[in-house]
Design a protein around this ligand. Structure first.
Ligand code: PMP
Length: 378
């Protein structure tokens, strides 16, 4: 089987599983317990947190363990919006966001917040002039992703941070789920960011929220006061220690893996570009692990099934939205024509993929292309 759906989830590294098992076996204790074993578990938890702080080169920020980026995004956006509502009501985001951001801001709209969406120019670049126009004194929160999960587009986090530097009321949150380990993180001028372990060969149900103003937030999860009171619930020490391991492994060979991913991405792009009727939606200078292309005039699902039958797993748009009938919001916001959107597929790579797999993918691509060729709009 060739697995090219790594933006949906990745295979856990063996070392991560080993760490999880070892800690589950030997340190299953509750880190909030007052006895010697509880204290040992707590020490282990804090050393994992410290290691993450070092890996991410953090200074003042707090590291909060969560169950994933969906939870991190929900906690920060809801908690921050509610905490700041006496200062303003406007939240700025983009239509490219993952549902864990889009649906959260839509829910906040129901509480009286006003949502504004940054626009993208015809070339797919963020329209900074439009953003400038949205920056009123009512803005309290900006949420955007660093790398888009459907297209691999890299959003200009540093540029946005620079533009909003004169607005001290604004909290700037960045979803770094698809950028960690693939693109250098941009944390300057960013007040919080979220990560998800299962996107970089960690485990599902592991997330982080890195946050610089912990004391200023409204809590939305109540209970025993774990994770600085911000995220109550018995802490999953084995998972959190395994997450720090996954992060270390990712950063250990980051440069080499990034170069390999770009190489494999380039091979696919060069190959598919020669076929009339195929539209490359993603750009080579986007994230190294995502290729998005369209079989214009044919449904993306048909192509995904054709690959799947030949034991190659690719995706339509993104796993989180592919079951919904409406057109993908990311591709619409980036001005991809409707027909190309319905025919789009995403190929997403990880460090476990090889040049041989890319070669096999390209062979199968030709086979499938020949099968559907007469249906394509060229
Ligand atoms: N943000 C982005 C950009 C994502 O790709 C995903 C996962 N599809 C999430 C957030 C949600 O992460 P998790 O699965 O950890 O909840």
């Amino acid at each position: 089987m060739i697995y090219f759906d790594n933006s949906a989830t990745t295979k856990p590294d063996k070392e991560v599983l080993e760490t999880f098992n070892k800690v589950s076996e030997n340190y299953f204790f509750n880190p909030a317990s007052p006895h010697a074993k509880g204290i040992e578990a707590d020490k282990l938890l804090e050393s994992a947190r410290e290691q993450i702080r070092k890996l991410l080169k953090l200074e003042k920020q707090s590291v909060v363990f969560t169950s994933g980026a969906t939870e991190s995004n929900n906690l920060i956006l809801t908690g921050m919006a509610r905490a700041k509502k006496q200062f303003g009501r406007t939240i700025i985001t983009t239509k490219l966001e993952h549902p864990s951001v889009l649906e959260t801001v839509r829910a906040l709209e129901g509480e009286g917040f006003i949502i504004q969406y940054m626009r993208f120019k015809d070339d797919g670049k963020l329209d900074m002039e439009h953003l400038e126009g949205l920056l009123t004194s009512d803005v309290i929160l900006i949420a955007m992703m660093h790398v888009n999960n459907v297209m691999g587009a890299i959003l200009p986090v540093a540029e946005v941070a620079e533009r909003i530097a004169g607005y001290p009321k604004i909290h700037f949150h960045v979803d770094c789920v698809q950028s960690f380990g693939k693109v250098p993180l941009q944390t300057e001028g960013v007040h919080s960011f979220s990560l998800s372990g299962h996107k970089f060969n960690g485990l599902k149900g592991q997330g982080l929220l890195v946050f610089s103003q912990l004391k200023t937030i409204t809590h939305t999860v109540f209970g025993g006061g774990q994770e600085y009171g911000f995220r109550s619930g018995t802490v999953n020490v084995p998972s959190d220690v395994a997450l720090s391991r996954a992060m270390r492994l990712t950063l250990d060979d980051y440069e080499m893996q990034r170069a390999r991913l770009y190489q494999m991405k380039g091979e696919i792009e060069r190959y598919v570009k020669q076929f009339p009727g195929i539209r490359l939606n993603s750009h080579h200078d986007g994230a190294p692990h995502i290729v998005n292309l369209s079989f214009t005039g044919v449904k993306g699902e048909v192509i995904v099934n054709a690959f799947s039958k030949r034991d190659i797993m690719v995706s339509t748009t993104s796993a989180c939205s592919s079951k919904r009938a409406k057109l993908n919001e990311t591709l619409t916001a980036l001005h991809v024509p409707d027909k190309a959107i319905t025919g789009s597929i995403r190929i997403s790579l990880s460090k476990h993929n090889t040049a041989e797999e890319v070669h096999r993918f390209n062979e199968v691509f030709r086979e499938i292309y020949e099968e559907v060729e007469e249906l394509l709009e060229k």
